[in-house]
Design a binder for this molecule. Structure first.
Ligand SMILES: CC(C)(COP(=O)(O)OP(=O)(O)OC[C@H]1O[C@@H](n2cnc3c(N)ncnc32)[C@H](O)[C@@H]1OP(=O)(O)O)[C@@H](O)C(=O)NCCC(=O)NCCS
Length: 174
């Protein structure tokens, strides 16, 4: 379980996760470039292969939400994942999105990053719910949510739209 609220760097196995910076754009684009089409499509519902400086800057704007980059501990210039908990047009509602490089998938990192994002939301009263959208065929995304007891609604147009109510430390929904 992530030990803190995502402000400080965290280590799990060979990975280090920290808040993303503008200077990470190049290694994030290298990650996108290395990802398979199915992985990029699973993240963006498009074949996007890079983020422009303007897109990356908007994502990192303090008003946009929180973005983490995960790198290899032994190779801090190698990005293996990017995680966003982004504000939406609806106050209190965040959108969670993850992209993990193909060779680092299926090792528990996505589960850990999901918990990091949710614990960050739980520690900040500004977040009341977190949504995520993914393909109905995304077995790993489905498994992460099921593992956490989150209700998966019926599939609509091949996509699953999930809403998770953020809980306080006493276990109540905000
Ligand atoms: C979806 C994603 C975030 C999951 O992260 P991950 O690190 O690969 O997943 P984990 O290793 O944490 O495994 C999650 C679950 O999937 C299961 N799993 C792993 N590999 C699997 C496979 N090939 N088939 C079915 N289930 C699998 C794991 O056992 C685990 O379930 P469990 O907790 O019940 O054991 C990651 O694969 C990814 O970034 N994919 C591309 C982009 C994407 O799909 N983003 C999500 C939408 S925004």
């Amino acid at each position: 379980m992530p030990s803190q609220t995502g402000k400080n760097p965290s280590i799990i196995g060979p990975f280090l996760t920290r808040r993303a910076q503008l200077a990470d754009q190049q290694m994030l684009n290298a990650l996108h470039d290395e990802c398979s089409l199915p992985s990029r499509y699973a993240r963006y519902a498009s074949a996007r292969k890079s983020l422009t400086t303007a897109q990356w800057s908007r994502l990192l704007h303090p008003g946009a939400g929180v973005t983490w980059v995960t790198v290899l501990r032994d190779s801090p210039e190698t990005a293996v994942a990017v995680t966003h908990l982004l504000k939406t047009d609806h106050p209190g509602r965040g959108e969670l999105a993850l992209l993990i490089g193909d060779q680092y998938q299926g090792q528990g990192l996505g589960t850990w990053l999901f918990r990091l994002a949710m614990s960050t939301a739980e520690d900040d009263p500004a977040w009341r719910m977190v949504t995520a959208t993914f393909s109905a065929y995304n077995k790993r995304a489905r498994a992460i949510l099921q593992r956490h007891g989150i209700y998966l609604p019926p599939v609509s147009h091949g996509a699953v739209d999930v809403t998770v109510h953020v809980r306080t430390s006493s276990g109540r929904c905000r």
